[in-house]
Design a protein around this ligand. Structure first.
Ligand code: E4P
Length: 224
């Protein structure tokens, strides 16, 4: 399962890519607006930080399929080959997905709340679907259950569209998506940090350091 960062904050992206094995970055209009700056400076800055080979998912905001197509072309032109247009799973969005794919541009169908939407997006040619796990949980739904249903539908029908599970508020949600075979997750910086943290790891490192220092002082292996 690939791991992406769900943020437009350059510092979070810089640090994330320095330390974690990340495959790309996703943003949406709310995330970009929160970064408070010029849209292209934010997006081109992200591309510079993650390099040409990492995946970058940027959302269109046009209301009609034609507007979405024009935006998808612009995003691809300015942000490079490994850029996917995030297109909402609406009627205009479905139409746009087919049109964008015909132009050879990658598509991520976003704002997925039901398995049926994921099926329609796949049939419209989407490369990725982004079901919103925590937002589904917050309306008394079963976010992980939606991932499971999409996995079943795709596997039974031989659909190759990939699942990038999105909208997370805790690590357990991420773990369940990994177990179900989602091809990717996109997580905010704080969840990424929490995926690594464990008190027993910290305790073990303290123990190792204490025992090492008792025998070898402050010297590292290369100083012995
Ligand atoms: C990503 O594609 C989604 O836009 C994002 O994960 C939504 O997350 P939120 O529900 O935490 O806003």
């Amino acid at each position: 399962m690939l791991i992406m960062l769900d943020t437009a904050d350059h510092q979070t992206i810089r640090e994330g890519f320095e330390f974690f094995p990340l495959a790309g970055v996703t943003t949406n209009p709310s995330i970009v607006a929160k970064a408070k700056g010029d849209f292209w400076t934010i997006q081109e800055g992200i591309r510079d930080l993650i390099g040409a080979k990492s995946l970058l998912f940027a959302q269109v905001i046009g209301e009609t399929a034609e507007e979405m197509l024009a935006e998808a072309k612009l995003l691809q032109d300015r942000l490079g080959e490994n850029t996917y247009a995030k297109v909402p799973v609406t009627k205009e969005g479905l139409k746009a997905m087919t049109m964008i794919k015909k132009e050879g541009i990658g598509v991520l169908a976003t704002a997925i709340f039901t398995p049926m939407q994921a099926l329609l997006a796949a049939r419209a040619g989407a490369d990725w679907v982004a079901p919103y796990v925590n937002r589904i949980d917050n309306i008394s739904g079963d976010g992980v259950g939606v991932i499971a249903a999409i996995r079943d539908i795709y596997d039974q029908a031989g659909i190759e569209t990939k699942i990038i599970a999105a909208s997370f508020k805790n690590v357990q949600q991420v773990l369940e998506c990994a177990k179900l075979g989602a091809e990717a997750v996109t997580v905010p910086g704080d969840i990424l940090e929490k995926m690594l943290e464990h008190l027993m790891t910290d305790w073990s490192m303290d123990q190792f350091n204490k025992d090492w220092k008792a025998q070898y002082g402050n010297r590292t292996i290369s100083q012995l």
